[in-house]
Design a binder for this molecule. Structure first.
Ligand SMILES: Cc1cc2nc3c(=O)[nH]c(=O)nc-3n(C[C@H](O)[C@H](O)[C@H](O)COP(=O)(O)O)c2cc1C
Length: 190
């Protein structure tokens, strides 16, 4: 990511400074404007990958239910000349069935102030709970897919599955290759 440097961990949270054209200094701990703009998928990859290491939101939905889970594995890059987010989802997850059913998912990179909610979304299943409601998450619609994004996210990737592959025998995950049809960044990222 051009102009982005990690400054270190302060209070257990990664902080970033931004230089160059885009950039007033950014503290990703609190400054979320709730105003989104469309951007290129590669614009905030460094930030997305650093947040992924701790865990980010993976949103899925069918006609009756929207669900969210924590995801700490994944990759962003290019496959078949398309921008792709590869989401590894264990076959036992409720999320797995939703993605299989619709062929769509949304990845939301939350600010650190929402990390607790992300962690909670990884400790119960949408089979038993309405996690969106329980966690007080607000949703917004995306033009590219029927799955919504989560309000307050720093970065949102709207993805359509173009390929899937089993991770067996290494683990019981399916790699969902989602073509990134739209990327949105919070205005606070500059
Ligand atoms: C920080 C964190 C990261 C996680 N990363 C993944 C992941 O990359 N893939 C996965 O299948 N499950 C992952 N999980 C587990 C799921 O989030 C968890 O099993 C969740 O309850 C599944 O919800 P669901 O049944 O509603 O889909 C993670 C959990 C946590 C707490």
């Amino acid at each position: 990511m051009l102009g982005q440097t990690a400054r270190g961990i302060e209070n257990g949270l990664w902080k970033y400074s931004w230089s160059g054209a885009r950039a007033a200094p950014l503290d990703v701990t609190d400054e979320v404007s709730h105003v989104r703009k469309r951007c290129r998928h590669a614009d905030y990859v460094d930030l997305a990958v650093r947040r992924l290491e701790k865990g980010i939101f993976l949103v899925s939905a069918d006609r009756t239910k929207t669900n969210v889970m924590a995801m700490a594995w994944g990759s962003i890059g290019f496959q078949w000349s398309k921008p792709v987010f590869i989401a590894p989802v264990r076959t036992t997850r409720f999320t797995h069935g939703l993605i299989e059913a619709t062929g769509e998912f949304v990845v939301c990179v939350q600010p650190p102030s929402m990390d607790d909610k992300m962690m909670q979304s990884g400790s119960s299943s949408g089979r038993d709970h309405d996690k969106i409601s329980d966690l007080g998450l607000k949703l917004f619609t995306l033009p590219e897919v029927s799955v919504p994004g989560i309000e307050g996210s720093l970065i949102t990737y709207a993805c359509k599955v173009i390929h899937k592959a089993s991770a067996e025998p290494r683990s019981n995950h399916t790699f969902f290759f989602g073509e990134i049809l739209g990327t949105y960044s919070d205005e606070s990222l500059g």
